[in-house]
Each structure stands twice: as C-alpha cells, then as structure tokens.
Design a protein around this ligand. Structure first.
Ligand code: C2E
Ligand code: C2E
Length: 173
C-alpha cells in the first residue's frame, strides 16, 4: 500500500508528492554531507500532438515506455518521478554541474534513438531537458525554478536538447 501511494499509476515512476519529498531529502543530505546535487526537469516534446495524432492510449504507452527507458539507464541512487503531465523530475545525488550534462545527454540520445515507429508508423519522440545544480542556501523551489527556466530555453531553442541553468546568484559584471 505504501508503494502504491508513492508511485504514479500510469508510468510506475514516483508520483509528484513523492519525488518532491525525495528532492527535499536529497537537498538536506547534500548540505549535511557537503556533496553536490543536480536535478533535471525533462519534458517530452510535442506530446499533445502525439496524443492528438495517435490517440490517448498510444500517448499513455509512450509515457510508460519513456519512463521504463529512463529507469533502465540510471543508477539506483538516482530518483525519477512524474512531475505532472508529460514532465518528469530526475534527482541525481552526488552529481556535479559538469557531471549532469553528459548523463542527460546520454538519456536524451537513448530516447531519441528508440524505435517509436513500432507504436505507429512515422512516430518520433524526443525530450527537452533543463538541468540545475544546487547552490549554497538555495531552496528546492528556487532550484526547480532554475531548472524550469533552462527547460524553457531548451524548448525555445528547438527542443530535443539539454540546457544547463544559469547560476543561482547571477554573475556580477
Ligand atoms: P546501475 O548502477 O543501477 O545502472 C543501471 C543502468 O544505468 C546501467 O545499466 C546503464 O545503462 C546506466 N548507467 C549507470 N551508470 C552509468 C554510467 O556511469 N555510464 C553509462 N554509460 N551508463 C550508466 P548496465 O550498464 O546494464 O549496468 C547494470 C548494472 O551493472 C549497474 O546498475 C551496476 O550495478 C553494474 N555496473 C555496470 N557497469 C559497471 C561499472 O563500470 N562499474 C560499476 N561499479 N558497476 C557497474
Ligand atoms: P561515463 O558513462 O562517461 O560516466 C562518467 C561519470 O558520470 C561516471 O563516473 C558517474 O560519475 C557519472 N554518471 C554517468 N551516468 C550516471 C547515472 O546514470 N547516474 C549517476 N548518478 N551518475 C552517472 P564513474 O562512476 O567513475 O564511471 C566511469 C565510467 O565507467 C563511465 O563513464 C562508464 O563508461 C563506466 N560505467 C560505470 N558504471 C556503469 C554502468 O552501470 N553501466 C555502464 N554501461 N557503464 C558504466
């Protein structure tokens, strides 16, 4: 029962409440242990169009396959949850700013290379990603907001890409 309350029914990823709690815990632990923490907001590109073109049951299958693929390609210490709709949150404890990009780029390439046409002729699925690494004194909300801004940039610059967030305090000129 405990497990069911923590999982998103459709994808098997952690649900929003649970992944947010995990983010809070990971943040506290990172501070206690003076370790880095990187998060990634992942959004499936053109998902509404996939639903419209291929139907909701296929859209659900796409979400499920996407989640299974991510799970198969991250470590057990990493936390992956459904943040809402077609948006997911990946929490990478111990991962530095430089370490996050290649991990998400690897995942992006794996998702883009899947044979999505097995679902429906001509179908392609890609993801856009915003990543942010915890700064001193930053709240989970502020960290998420920076990742969200980076995700917005990834979308604005053509999708199917990973964008690193700006530093929390901004650079003095
Ligand atoms: P795991 O640590 O839970 O990782 C699960 C999957 O995430 C891996 O499956 C791989 O697809 C991906 N992954 C995790 N870390 C990395 C990484 O640093 N680089 C890359 N390119 N992919 C990564 P895979 O490869 O089938 O490995 C299954 C399990 O075997 C891993 O589970 C881990 O327990 C172990 N393993 C595989 N290679 C190594 C290794 O070089 N060192 C150690 N310590 N364990 C390894
Ligand atoms: P790599 O794939 O270039 O990964 C470089 C570093 O990125 C890893 O260093 C690790 O610190 C981080 N990293 C990569 N993928 C993940 C991930 O899914 N989750 C997390 N939390 N961290 C990740 P590390 O551990 O020293 O591994 C060095 C190299 O050993 C990796 O280079 C990869 O070539 C290999 N390796 C290690 N574990 C695995 C594994 O489970 N599967 C595969 N296929 N290769 C692995």
């Amino acid at each position: 029962i405990e497990e069911l309350a923590e999982l998103d029914e459709l994808t098997g990823a952690y649900n929003r409440r649970c992944i947010m709690r995990m983010l809070d815990d990971a943040l506290l632990r990172a501070r206690d242990d003076a370790m880095p923490l990187t998060i990634a907001l992942i959004d499936l590109d053109w998902f509404k169009r996939i639903n419209d073109l291929y139907g909701h049951p296929t859209g659900d299958e796409v979400l499920r396959t996407f989640a299974i693929t991510i799970f198969a390609n991250i470590r057990e210490v990493d936390r992956f949850g459904r943040y809402g709709g077609e948006e997911f949150l990946l929490v990478l404890p111990g991962t530095t700013q430089d370490g996050g990009y290649p991990i998400l780029e690897r995942l992006r390439e794996i998702v883009a290379a899947l044979d999505w046409s097995a679902f429906s002729e001509g179908m392609a699925v890609t993801m856009s990603v915003g990543i942010a690494t915890l700064d001193d004194d930053e709240t989970p909300e502020a960290l998420l907001a920076r990742a969200d801004d980076a995700l917005y940039e990834a979308k604005a610059h053509g999708r199917n890409r990973v964008v690193q967030a700006r530093p929390a305090c901004g650079d003095a000129l």
